[in-house]
Design a protein around this ligand. Sequence first.
Ligand code: ZN
Length: 488
Amino acid sequence: MKIRITIITVLCSMSLLSQEKDITTSLYDTYEKYKETSITKRRIKHQDIQPLISQYKGKEGYTVKKVGESIEGRSISLISIGTGGTDVFLWSQMHGDEPTATQAIFDILIFFDSDDFKTEKEEILSNLRLHFLPMLNPDGAEVFQRRNTLGIDINRDALQLQSPEGQILKRVRDSLNADFGFNLHDQSTYYNAERTAKPATISYLAPAYNYEKDINEVRSNAMKIIVFMNRIIQKYAPGQVGRYNDDFEPRAFGDNIQKWGTSAILIESGGYANDPEKQEIRKLNYVSILSAIYTISNKSYEAIAIDDYEKIPENDRKLFDLKIENINYPLLGNIYKMDIGIQRPEVDKKKHSDFWYSSRIMDLGDLSTYYGYETFNASGYTIKPGKLYPTKISSLNELTTIDIYSLLEKGYLYVTLNTISKEALASPAPINVVSSTFETPTDLRLNIGVNPTFYLEKNGEIEYVVINGFLINVKDKKGHFSNAMIFR
Ligand SMILES: [Zn+2]
């Protein structure tokens, strides 16, 4: 008898899972139909999302409420749909430079406003009330920074509640007394799933609500939803999920929201190869969050074993944009073998609507426990400093008329521009532009923080160059390149 009941339970949960698999697959396959195409870059602002919010004002079934203002007076809105008894609250961009889920929220809203998936949507909206709060920190978004205008991290303000943005989050959570809370963030692209070269494209946490890290029903429900979403991400980005350390942080919102009785699910959007604007990750947010909403509405998550939560690999931070292995580094008459770890930090342009890369050597030596989005085994190659091209140029435009690759092949990695305008930030061509007073390095001294510009020589020939952290094969002209530097 017992066995038969178990079999029936397994069959039931299997059919539920396959049902969800189906909706997940359909959501993934039809995503482009629901994508909000006016916001496809990470540097989105308050003004970009106002028309998107406004279109739901007065619409049947929707409640759009202004729930407060940021320090600089930007409105913060809550969009609610559904008539069910379970409240699900989703808020994004508490950190101003973490916009991926804000974009996904508007995709999800388009999904609900469409004519498709009628049965599933009826089920969701009759069982749940969904509440979306996109961009909790619009002042931070304006200047693409983590913190708010007070200079504080809103996510450490859950107890003191000094920031109006933190007060809004607390007030809305309390007024809804939400059953589920999705705390939506972005994390550094340099996180990986521990002991693998896979980026942590998505990381999860069901935050602890006390130092003992106890698991009550509120927290275990969050864990179950995470296990459910992890399975979905594994399908589309295998191995690219991390689990955050669950040490209790008494000041953080996630931890307190869990404590206040809302099952808190932290989702962090990390990195994905060749996806600088995180649009693939946005899609994964859309698919996994919508699927999670569906599983909450039909309660199929209840059968999930929380043991699987601990099986998700831990988050680690061991990725570089470019890792060069086993290079020969000549120094003061000797040759040393080492690895080089390179990152390409972004520098914002004026008005924080765009950026350029200013790369850095982040580590040197034995980096065998680290990984790269791009890894180059430089065994047999010797690293050499770039040379200054003897002919000066008179404008940045002139770079488009020169065969840059023929210069790179000869080791010329710098070119002099007579007058560099104030506005010029970066070189659009794979060669660094320097002023006439700039001293081009004649010997190469690698160190932390140094801009990675050098060439790799083998048997007296130059095959590869690294310009501002971008590796370029000079023979076949292949390599991922965005911009070189201007040195004044
Ligand atoms: Zn964050």
